[in-house]
Design a protein around this ligand. Structure first.
Ligand SMILES: O=C(O)C(=O)C[C@H](O)[C@H](O)CO
Ligand SMILES: [Mg+2]
Length: 402
């Protein structure tokens, strides 16, 4: 089965998505997501100039060999651009293989380990009362797990606080929105928020929180410790993890479960974190880390050390990544949870899919492949719109981590 063509489709049904479509001489095609939020065009160029020319004529069934060719063959390994381009090819090829065999993708990975996939929603509010209400709306909608993000008293804008009710989109402007940050204000406020959440909603619902890389390791340790009475499912990205050793310090001071990895690109970013059992959940997902071929290696390695998966699932991960991730989640033995930020109706229309939400779980369908398609005619109606992620500064103007 030869690859006869490959095309990049850029569309912006409310936000930008980069999609790769690979066609074969047997009429079967596959699609993969290559979206890199705020830096979309860099992956378009990588695919069009450097990847597509070497794909044409190859045997589409040789997924592993093509993965190795693109990874080793680039010489310049790893990084978000390279690994997203590889992910798009990889997922499109898995889609093709599964369609050619007439099987849902999870069957090729080893079959079902579970019926449905536990997901968490992203609730956000401008202040404490607002956030308590927002979490309540998710619980009313059937969610069993909710990540609570809140504005911080005294700070104008904070990560995770959007304008929508059940929808959050950070890449909101052509040039980066500037936000301010003060970790001491945040550290004082957050335990009061989780105390109120537990008081109002009880302890049955799983609660999560994303620190979005803003604390130092010592501050993260302090936060983890102060949240222990509220039994979090996880504390995410409490500190940047370029230096994996940072998590040793956090781990020594708190039993709050730790999750990290949405910005990781390969197993090498997580190796020490996993084998030293410094984290509980690995957040890396398909589009970020070279596709299913590499993500399942990370998951298998993590399983040796009791680390479970918790795939990133923000709106910038297209329905194609969501569909592929759900097939992965349906199979992976050491599954933990899946993030699920809903896409807009426009996005769902451009990417018809067979996964569905019911009572806090997502279910994959049995359509051959990963179950997500692209309506190219509709996609063409939404041209690319330049959008960047926000940045953060401390109150004295110093650049910080957003
Ligand atoms: O969903 C999350 O956990 C995030 O942290 C969302 C990120 O800010 C988003 O994916 C950046 O593009
Ligand atoms: Mg996050």
């Amino acid at each position: 089965m030869r690859i006869t063509g490959a095309r990049v489709i850029v569309t912006s049904p409310g936000r930008n998505f980069v999609t790769l479509k690979i066609e074969t001489d047997q009429g079967v095609y596959g699609i993969g997501d290559a979206t890199l939020n705020g830096r979309e065009k860099s992956v378009v160029a990588y695919l069009e100039d450097h990847v597509i020319p070497v794909l044409i004529g190859r045997d589409a069934r040789r997924i592993e060999d093509i993965w190795q060719f693109l990874y080793r063959g680039a010489y310049w390994r790893r990084g978000p651009v390279t690994m997203r381009a590889i992910a798009a090819v990889d997922v499109a090829l898995w889609d093709i293989k599964a369609k050619a065999l007439g099987a849902p993708l999870y069957d090729l990975l080893g079959g079902r380990s579970r019926d449905g996939v536990l997901v968490y929603g992203h609730a956000n509010g401008s202040d404490l009362e607002d956030t308590v209400e927002a979490v309540g709306r998710y619980i009313d909608a059937g969610y069993k797990a909710v990540r609570a993000q809140s504005g911080v008293p005294g700070l104008d804008l904070a990560y995770g606080v959007g304008r929508g009710d059940m929808y959050y989109e950070p890449a909101d402007a052509t040039l980066p929105t500037e936000t301010t940050w003060d970790t001491r204000k945040y550290l004082r406020y957050l335990p009061t928020l989780f105390e109120a959440l537990r008081k109002e909603h009880g302890f049955d619902v799983a609660l999560l929180h994303d620190g979005h890389h803003r604390m130092t390791p010592r501050e993260a340790a302090q936060l983890g410790k102060s949240l222990e009475p509220y039994d979090l499912f996880w504390l995410e990205d409490s500190t940047p993890a370029e230096n994996q050793e940072a998590f040793r310090l956090i781990r020594q001071h708190t039993t709050t479960p730790l999750a990290v990895g949405e910005v990781f690109n390969t197993i090498w970013d997580a190796k020490d974190l996993i084998q030293e059992q410094l984290i509980d959940y690995i957040r890396t997902t398909i589009v970020g880390a070279g596709g299913l071929t590499h993500l399942r290696r990370i998951a298998d390695f993590a399983s040796l050390w009791s680390v479970r998966t918790g795939c990133h699932g923000a709106t910038d991960l297209s329905p194609v990544t969501m569909g592929a991730a759900l097939h992965f989640d349906t199979w992976v033995p050491n599954f933990g949870i899946q993030e699920y930020m809903r896409h807009s109706e426009e996005t769902d229309a451009v990417f018809p899919h067979d996964y569905r939400f019911d009572k806090g779980m997502l279910y994959v369908g049995d359509t051959p492949g990963h179950g997500v398609d692209i309506d190219e005619a509709l996609a063409a109606k939404y041209p690319y719109e330049p959008r960047q992620l926000p940045v953060a500064r401390l109150e004295d103007g110093t650049m910080w981590n957003w």
